[in-house]
Design a protein around this ligand. Structure first.
Ligand code: DAH
Length: 337
């Protein structure tokens, strides 16, 4: 019976192929080739039945199912030997012995470093650290600071003004008022913060920069105390550097008398302006209800960018980008600190 022989041949062929497959992938191919829906077994079933005589059909019918079972069992046995196909194994596995990639750690911005350091120096001299709003009303921005109506500093062209008549503070001196409104003397505080001025941005100007304000109000405070505190501060902040500093008479509406402080590093011919200061004007005390007969005080306000530039020997203020180095988040600049 030719059809039955053909079926036996197919059986031997399939078993040999199963035996020959040495990987899970090859085994899967054999399964598809012989036992799949379009495999040889199905094809043989059709074609052999079509050719077979009535008697052969009977015999074929008896044989097909057991053959299918036999081959399936053989396949399963072989599968157990080789394991199931594992796509993962084809991919390159990570080399867990390689050193890891270093995370990119941030660092504290140089201006923040300065603010922290300055506040720490003043803390050690018994000062508190206060903060105040960046957007202020007219009273705290000007009136209470003895800046009368019509004063140049009030010019809307020199201030960022909100639609409802508030001002982005152009100096941290506004917070002096806030502090004195909330705290009776004695007052000793420093106030770090951002200030805003509608200046055209260039090497030495920016529409936003930082100041640290200082205020002391006590009985018996004199200009000598101011000078002493500034000297202590400058020598602590520029510790290890040789420099001179000087007081230069100046005018500020909220102090009387007033001065500016310049610093000159050893070896340099240039005096750099660092801060403004003076004795609190009695009009300012009157505005916040502090008895100006009993109390005196001094105040100062310094530029954080300048303090930082001079300390770190940064060429800000010179060169094309100047002060903008501090605000542009260029990692080539920031990574140096
Ligand atoms: N606010 C001044 C400025 O921005 C600096 C200043 C001067 C602050 C004298 C003071 C002071 O507290 O007493 O230029």
């Amino acid at each position: 019976m030719a059809v039955l022989e053909e079926l036996d041949q197919l059986r031997d062929e399939a078993l040999a192929a199963l035996e020959k497959a040495t990987t899970a992938e090859a085994l899967e191919e054999v399964r598809i080739r012989y036992l799949g829906k379009k495999g040889k077994l199905k094809a043989a079933q059709k074609s052999l039945f079509a050719q077979a005589s009535a008697e052969e059909k009977k015999e074929l019918g008896k044989r097909f199912n057991p053959l299918q079972e036999e081959l399936t069992a053989a396949l399963e046995a072989r599968k157990a030997e080789l394991g199931t196909p594992d796509k993962q194994q084809e991919k390159p596995q990570p080399d867990i012995t390689r050193p890891g990639r270093k995370p990119l750690f941030g660092s504290v911005h140089p201006l923040t470093q300065t603010i922290r350091e300055v506040c720490e120096i003043f803390r050690s001299m018994g000062f508190d650290v206060a903060e105040g709003p960046e957007v202020e009303d007219e009273f705290h921005s000007f009136d209470a600071l003895n800046i009368p109506p019509g004063h140049l500093a009030r010019d809307p062209r020199d201030n960022f003004v909100t639609d409802d008549g508030h001002f982005f503070r152009s100096q941290t001196s506004t917070v002096q008022i806030r502090v004195m409104e909330h705290q009776p003397p004695p007052v000793r505080c420093v106030v770090p913060g951002r200030v805003y001025r509608p200046d055209t941005v260039d090497a030495t100007h920016h529409f936003m920069f930082h100041q640290i304000e200082g205020l002391v109000v006590e009985e018996g405070i004199t200009f000598r105390d101011l000078k002493f505190v500034l000297d202590e501060f400058l020598h602590a902040y520029y510790a290890g550097r040789e420099f001179e500093w000087r007081l230069r008479p100046h005018f500020f509406p909220f102090t009387e008398c007033s001065a500016e402080v310049d610093v000159r590093m050893k070896g340099s011919t240039k005096w750099l302006e660092m801060l403004g200061c003076g004795m609190v004007d009695p009009n300012v005390f009157d505005a916040v209800g502090i008895d100006s007969e009993r109390y005196t005080g001094f105040a100062f306000g310094m530029g954080v960018e300048r303090l930082t530039a001079l300390k770190l020997d940064l060429p800000v203020g010179a060169g094309e980008r100047g002060i903008r180095h501090f605000f542009e988040n260029d990692l080539r600049f920031l990574r140096q600190f």
